[in-house]
Design a protein around this ligand. Structure first.
Ligand SMILES: Cc1cc2nc3c(=O)[nH]c(=O)nc-3n(C[C@H](O)[C@H](O)[C@H](O)COP(=O)(O)OP(=O)(O)OC[C@H]3O[C@@H](n4cnc5c(N)ncnc54)[C@H](O)[C@@H]3O)c2cc1C
Length: 496
């Protein structure tokens, strides 16, 4: 529970650590005529400055509400932002009402579902429209499809469908919102078998810039349907829910390879090199991740794989047996396998960066990466690090949507986690330093769902490649006044 006094400490701390946490910095991201809220301001005065029709809604959290100080934070506690109010509508009419009022009064807002954005794109010093109450999961086994509300977490989807021996492709962390995941792509343990999360979308329930409810499908609005699947986060409108195609996955096996009890830089380099070659040869039924990690002061490397179907994953033998791994295999119900893959970070402060790799990384970069982990152990750093590689290919290549790097080899995501806010400047400096070392030797593409505000130039091309101009056309058609915006949203024509 965050108390008023701890808020003041957090605020002072944020001023101390500078640009990243400063609410003033975040304010410069917006043009909110109401100005910023600080914990010292009079809540009643602030409340009176909110348009009359938005006061006293029973689906709003105002600064005077007891839970304001917890609800204003996202999953990543690095962002210390004070919105004027958080709206938690329960139906399409309420979403439309709030949106129309904010638009009429020219007030800034952000859209939030699961709150797992890597940067504060779903927070605002104006208002937040939070879709947490859109919690429906309605499977239709006969037609092999499922309606999922924007406020549902990925883990709840895995569980509800897994119990029926069905699945849609989701990500690794169960508390990530299905909405943000699907709108930015969605990479996880079924990605090579069934594609990205967005590739299974059949229709999208959507509130447009005029506050009108639309059903967006390939047939009804092919341009918007294309854009929302890979570039849909907070740029075109508010998504209320999705109908996804779902897949029968009664069985899947899980494989885990580890390589000794203590860190060995040379072995780790060989494992990473071998994994890259192996990942390129796999059938679509096998999905794999290489984990390069530093946790509680110890570095390790691990290969995990999920194979769809009743057979155990034995395909590792030819590639890895020379490296003498410790092997664990489990053949079981998909639901149990997915739970083995699932992971939730426990430290409150985070920073993520990514590369979408069009081809495997070179041996020089492999060496840079593994040497880095040796160094982390030696210098006893206080943060945890996950530099995970996820194989793409397979079904991803067949999809057609705003997710640009369809032919990519893999997704390299780099995450730092730490416990104490005072560690923020050092942790941020460390991840940036590593990224600078590898940046120009890997790929010019980053994953749109790894939002990274350090990308100050060419971030549109980094996320969307050659799709940028088409996305700007579609943005200009559906949101010409740029109502839906955040620091890295799709601009309208003439804004660049
Ligand atoms: C711990 C962790 C693990 C992750 N693991 C994976 C993974 O395995 N695979 C993967 O692909 N990604 C992963 N991600 C990235 C994740 O997919 C993105 O951060 C995603 O955007 C989060 O969605 P959200 O709804 O939780 O976030 P939010 O913070 O609520 O929203 C993220 C963005 O989407 C917009 N948005 C949210 N809801 C809506 C809506 N209803 N309509 C329109 N726009 C909306 C927001 O405005 C914001 O721009 C991970 C992130 C974290 C923090």
């Amino acid at each position: 529970m965050v108390t008023k006094s701890s808020l003041k400490i957090a605020l002072l701390g944020s001023l101390f650590v500078g640009v990243i946490l400063s609410p003033l910095h975040l304010l410069s991201d917006t043009s909110n005529p109401l100005g910023p809220v600080s914990p010292d301001q009079n809540a009643e005065k602030l409340f009176q400055s909110i348009p009359a029709e938005l006061q006293n809604l029973d689906y709003a959290i105002y600064t005077s509400n007891k839970n304001y100080d917890t609800e204003r934070f996202n999953f990543n506690k690095r962002f210390n932002v004070f919105p004027h109010a958080i709206f938690t509508p329960t139906n399409a009419q309420e979403v439309a009402f709030v949106l129309k009022s904010l638009k009429k009064n020219k007030l800034d807002f952000a859209i939030r579902s699961g709150g797992h954005c890597y940067e504060p794109a779903s927070l605002s010093t104006g208002f937040i429209i939070d879709l947490r109450n859109f919690k429906t999961i309605q499977p239709d086994v006969k037609n092999e499809e499922v309606y999922i509300g924007a406020g549902v977490e990925s883990g709840a989807v895995i569980e509800a469908l897994g119990k029926l021996d069905y699945a849609i492709p989701t990500g690794t962390c169960p508390s990530v919102g299905i909405a943000g995941l699907a709108l930015g792509g969605g990479i996880g343990p079924l990605v090579r078998s069934f594609g990205l999360t967005c590739d299974s979308i059949k229709s999208i329930s959507f509130i447009n810039a005029n506050g009108e409810l639309m059903e967006v499908t390939e047939k009804s609005h092919p341009d918007l349907f294309w854009a929302l699947r890979g570039a849909g986060n907070g740029s075109f409108g508010i998504v209320l829910g999705f109908t996804f195609k779902m897949y029968a996955v009664p069985k899947a096996s899980y494989l885990e390879l580890t390589f000794g009890d203590s860190w060995d830089t040379k072995v780790s380099a060989k494992v990473l090199k071998t994994w890259q070659t192996w990942a390129e040869t796999l059938p679509e039924s096998i999905n794999t991740q290489l984990q390069l990690r530093y946790v509680n002061g110890k570095s390790f490397i691990k290969v995990v794989a999920l194979k769809v179907g009743p057979d155990k994953c034995t395909e590792w033998e030819k590639a890895f047996s020379e490296l003498k791994p410790d092997v664990k295999t489990y053949g079981e119900r998909y639901l149990d396998t997915a739970l083995r893959w699932a992971q939730t970070p426990t430290q409150p402060f985070q920073k993520g960066k990514s590369k979408i790799l069009m081809k495997p990384i070179t041996y020089d970069v492999i060496e840079t990466a593994v040497n880095y982990f040796e160094n982390l152990e030696e210098t006893e750093q206080k943060f945890d690090v996950a530099y995970d590689f996820e194989a793409l290919g397979g079904a991803v290549v067949k999809g057609d949507s705003a997710f640009y790097p369809r032919k990519a080899f893999g997704w390299w995501h780099m995450e730092f986690y730490w416990d104490d806010e005072v560690e923020s400047p050092h942790s941020l400096w460390c991840i940036n330093e590593f990224f600078t070392d590898i940046n120009f030797h890997t790929s010019k593409y980053s994953y749109a769902n790894n939002v990274d505000y350090d990308l100050t130039k060419n971030w549109l091309e980094a996320y969307y490649g050659d799709n940028v101009n088409r996305l700007i056309e579609i943005k200009t058609k559906y949101d010409p006044e740029n109502i839906f915006h955040w620091r890295q949203s799709i601009p309208t024509k003439g804004m660049r």
